[in-house]
Write a protein of this length. Structure first.
Lengths: 312, 685
């Protein structure tokens, strides 16, 4: 009986909704993380939603924990899901249910170990960016606590677990190099800045598109990625990172509550160039994130207007 | 010989150390050797915790709830609905205050709907002009304590507004204005319960111990799972962090109320309620006031960490600034946090100290003086803000709301300062850094890691026995056993090594500086102010410059640890020495004691128990900072706690790792307290 009533109710209420199919006026919750391009893009996407008449709200969230929040409905979307850093958290949350894949950006991402370009220009380690060059210049990358070995400064362990230590061993660099996990992205940038001032070599984990692109950053060419070459997939781990995707995630209710906004969101696709521009407005021109988003939206209507137009 | 050994504790300690080293040398390091490392018998504990939490949150007692958003019935577990209801309540209060300060629609939405707000654009609550908020705050400061407090509040609010941090500052303020009173009331309530009922106190004690020594990072994940992300989650984590000192100080204060006072109250025919609120709590005022100070300091100390789980405001902007390596901007934000902390602290103290005025027969104006003045400020401020529209026609109306980051900034100045330090000291520091790492830190770390577990047990329990007999030996042994049975024992050793180093250096610096500053009234005041500042100044800010100078190394972590952990060592030394009775100094002077002798023979021994409590706090502070050091890059427990923030099994891992850290702290805490108590007895204090 209870079921019957609930079905009846659901049917009654579903009727007007399916006729109108209009976006709920409840705010769409967009997370902001602690790197510039993501925050600017949050405001850009928020601006696009607002231009469509939606209400938007921003909430600071941890970039890994956000998927659990999307699953629970505390956050509506995530617009920068990086394959190699967040792919695991994303798919974990998806497996538990409540998160949906809302399409992929045009931008290809690469997350890899690399060196600032001036290390190559100064020829501190001849042969770079080919990885084999590393064999002969461990002392260029040595630090006091690395025990005479060269140091790879990898991101926090939460990003890719033991991927890099496994790779160092698999490539036969284990006697010459150690992997040190940094505590966060800011530690990476601080080391990059310090290395530049000091003129010493440093191998750090980095990604593109990123604000470091402007200053010049060269990724090391490791043996090419093939399916199953990583240890987790059964390989020996002696391969580099794949060119990765940049996806968008959403709470499973989003398509139903905000059909128009969801359609626009699923059509959104930013290129490497777009993301670079957004980041540069903040990191190079020192604008605030909100202003950067406003200025980007004003200058690039041709890019984002098509996402919102009906008749898809 | 045997008799001597039983009596002389120093001899016992020597014997213990000899046994320890013998054990270290004869036990072979191998994973199979049970004398070397215990098997991880409770490795399943985090998984069990996760399963329990998952069950509670997602399966326990499902109730059918209609979801109007997707027009379907959904099964929702009862427990989740309860926690989310609490979360909504807190969020509503935060938003209410936030919108009074900054404007917005959410409060209106709560009573109507989003549709209503979207259709009626007039339904927007306007922000108060910053001049009005500042004016009211200055006025409150003036009425409570006169012009000195008014000047402080005025300086703080003008600083915040002029530097363009008004919006984030008000966001932080709104969440502190909810978290702090809740912590205060909760702490007071639990404290009173603990005072009235011995059983409650016994039950509270271990919970408080753990809550005070567990690093805040480790309960962020559970809070997030139970309450979601957002300002409410930040506020709840802050409440967990800020309540324990309040509970403790309330119990302490009430216990210290002389029995004569409460008897006098009873004789005058007080009801239970009256006795509590009119007699006991006012008499315990001094400790309760310290409690308020602690609550406010703790709340603002959490401002940055709370932003990990969604609190908006200064903390989040600070992390963002650091991520772009904009240290100058982060510094300005940090100063804003300190200014809010100091202003709130002084305001609340002044309010609590204010005597009630019992004059009757006042005129209408006199009775409603305050309200009238506030209304006057509101009208005046609004007029000024309205006029501002005409003055700043083309730019922002600086007399209404100064937008975020549109104020003046001294960023370049600070940045230049940081660059200067870099250019001047870098190469000298580099030599020092290399020396420290290669000759001190690496060998020390190795030494800790090469301790066989049995030897560690003998050492720790032996010290426990010497300090406090069998009971202490069993307590510290129990703490160690828990850590030894997890899979993170080696990590815990690394944490212990960094904490030891940090505590030794901090204690030396703190006791020296404290002793020197305690010699004069003025320097005492200054150093206490410095302590207050550094306690609320977000430690994250100096993480980045330290990384720039010392790289992603243990040195960087330890420097951050020492900066933070020196605070309690200094504070308690100053307080301890200042509390040495003046008459003793006079007596010493008459016996012809010089300054050094007085310090060594009188001040230090008498202040010793209090100073040991300072060292105790130093250990807790050092542990906290070692864990935050994970943000720089460590390979200890902290790295895993940070990782738990994004783990699938984050709740369980975070909690168990947090317990490991808490148990290290509690073991040391127990030893020091027992020892200090014994010294006190000997000194007859």
């Amino acid at each position: 009986m209870k079921k019957l009533i609930s079905i009846l109710f659901a049917g009654l209420l579903a009727l007007p909704a399916s006729v109108m199919a209009e976006d709920s006026s409840k705010p769409i919750v967009i997370p902001t993380h602690n790197w510039s391009s993501q925050v600017v893009m949050a405001y850009v996407i928020g601006g696009i939603f607002e231009s469509m008449g939606n209400n938007v709200e921003y909430v600071p969230a941890d970039s890994q924990a956000v998927y659990e929040a999307i699953r629970n409905g505390d956050v509506t979307i995530s617009h920068e899901v990086w394959q190699s850093s967040f792919g695991k958290s994303f798919y974990n949350a998806m497996a538990k249910g409540g998160v949906i894949d809302a399409g992929t950006h045009a931008a290809m991402t690469l997350e890899e170990m690399g060196v600032p370009t001036w290390v190559i220009e100064k020829d501190l380690c001849p042969g770079l960016p080919n990885w084999e060059a590393l064999k002969n210049c461990k002392e260029v990358f040595a630090t006091p606590d690395s025990g005479g070995k060269g140091r790879w400064l990898e991101g926090p362990q939460s990003w890719h677990g033991d991927l890099m230590p496994v790779r160092v061993e698999a490539l036969g660099l284990g006697d010459d190099y150690v992997v040190k996990f940094a505590g966060g992205a800011d530690a990476l940038w601080a080391d990059l800045a310090a290395a530049k001032k000091e003129g010493r070599g440093t191998i750090i984990f980095n990604w593109t598109p990123n604000f470091t692109d402007a200053e010049g950053f060269t990724f090391i060419d490791f043996p090419e990625y093939t399916d199953g070459c990583r240890k987790a997939d059964g390989g020996d781990g002696s391969c580099g990172s794949p060119k990765g995707w940049l996806k968008k995630a959403a709470n499973y209710k989003f398509p139903k509550t905000h059909p128009a906004a969801y359609t626009a969101f699923s059509r959104m696709s930013f290129t490497t160039q777009d993301i670079g521009q957004m980041a540069a407005l903040v990191d190079i021109d020192k604008m605030s994130h909100e202003d950067a988003a406003k200025s980007w939206l004003a200058d690039h209507e041709d890019v984002w207007k098509p996402f919102t137009e009906a008749g898809m | 010989m045997v008799e001597l050994f039983v009596k002389d504790k120093r001899l016992q300690l020597l014997g213990l150390i000899i046994i320890f080293f013998i054990l270290c040398s004869i036990i072979t390091p191998s994973e199979q050797n049970i004398l070397w490392r215990f098997p991880a018998l409770i490795a399943q504990l985090p998984i069990l915790i996760n399963e329990f939490v998952d069950y509670l949150m997602f399966e326990f007692m499902p109730i059918e709830i209609f979801d109007p958003e997707i027009e379907e019935y959904e099964e929702k577990p009862l427990f989740k609905e309860i926690t989310r209801a609490i979360a909504r309540g807190i969020l509503f209060s935060i938003d209410l205050i936030r919108e009074i300060l900054l404007g917005g629609v959410k409060t209106i939405v709560t009573f109507t709907s989003w549709d209503f707000v979207s259709e009626n654009k007039w339904a927007y609550w306007p922000a108060l002009p910053w001049t009005v908020v500042s004016g009211i705050a200055i006025f409150i400061g003036y009425t409570l304590k006169g012009s000195s407090l008014a000047i402080l509040v005025c300086f703080s609010s003008v600083y915040i507004a002029v530097f363009g941090q008004w919006e984030p500052a008000m966001e932080t303020l709104s969440f502190v204005l909810i978290a702090a009173p809740i912590s205060f009331l909760l702490g007071l309530g639990l404290g009173v319960l603990g005072y009235k009922n011995k059983n409650v106190e016994i039950a509270l004690n271990p919970i408080l111990n753990i809550a005070q020594t567990m690093p805040h990072f480790s309960y962020l994940v559970p809070v997030m799972v139970f309450f979601g992300v957002g300002d409410h989650a930040g506020a709840i984590a802050t409440i967990i962090f800020a309540t324990p000192p309040m509970v403790r100080l309330t119990i302490l204060g009430l216990k210290n109320v002389p029995i004569e006072i409460s008897e006098a109250g009873m004789m005058s025919g007080c009801s239970n309620f009256q006795l509590l609120f009119r007699v006991l709590i006012p008499s315990a005022r001094r400790d309760i006031l310290i409690g308020i100070n602690q609550v406010i300091m703790q709340c603002l100390a959490m401002a940055v960490i709370a932003s990990f789980i969604g609190a908006k405001g200064l903390g989040f902007n600070l992390l963002l600034a650091l991520n772009q390596l904009r240290i100058g901007q982060a510094l300005e934000l940090g100063i804003c946090i300190v200014l809010i902390a100091v202003s709130l602290d002084k305001l609340s103290l002044a309010w609590a100290n204010k005597q009630k005025n019992y004059f009757a027969n006042k005129s209408f104006f006199h009775r409603h003086k305050y309200i009238l003045i506030i209304i006057f400020i509101l009208i005046l401020g609004s007029i000024v803000a309205y006029l501002g529209n005409f003055i700043f026609r083309d730019t922002y109306n600086y007399l209404y709301l100064i937008p975020h980051n549109k104020g003046i900034t001294t960023e370049n100045f600070w940045q230049a300062g940081v660059d200067w330090i870099w250019d001047t000291f870098f190469f000298k520091l580099k030599v020092f850094n290399e020396f420290l790492i290669i000759s001190v830190l690496m060998p020390m770390k190795q030494a800790y890691l090469s301790m066989p577990i049995v030897a560690t047990f003998v050492l720790v329990m032996g010290v426990g026995y010497i300090v406090g007999g069998i009971k202490s030996a069993l307590i510290v042994g129990g703490f160690l056993l828990f850590i030894a049975l997890t899979e993170w024992y080696d990590r815990a050793l690394i944490t212990a090594y960094m904490t030891t180093f940090g505590v030794i250096v901090s204690a030396i610096i703190g006791i020296t500086v404290g002793s020197l500053c305690a010699q004069h009234q003025l320097s005492t005041k200054i150093i206490l102010l410095v302590c207050d500042t550094f306690q609320t100044f977000p430690s994250f800010i100096y993480l980045i410059p330290v990384i720039m100078l010392f790289g992603v190394t243990d040195t960087s972590v330890l420097i951050a640890v020492i900066v933070y952990a020196t605070i309690p060592a200094t504070r308690y030394t100053v307080e301890g020495i200042r509390s040495v009775p003046e008459s003793l100094h006079d007596a010493a002077l008459m016996s012809g004691v010089n300054r050094i002798q007085r310090w060594l023979k009188i001040d230090l021994p008498l202040a010793f128990p209090h100073m040991m409590l300072g060292v105790n706090q130093t250990v807790v502070f050092a542990l906290f900072m070692v864990i935050i050091g994970a943000m720089i890059g460590t390979d200890d427990l902290g790295q895993y706690i940070l990782k738990a923030l994004s783990d699938k099994n984050g709740t369980g891992n975070g909690l168990v790792l947090g317990l490991c850290v808490a148990f290290i702290g509690l073991a040391v805490d127990h030893l020091i307290r027992t020892w200090a108590a014994e010294r006190k007895k000997i000194l007859g204090l």
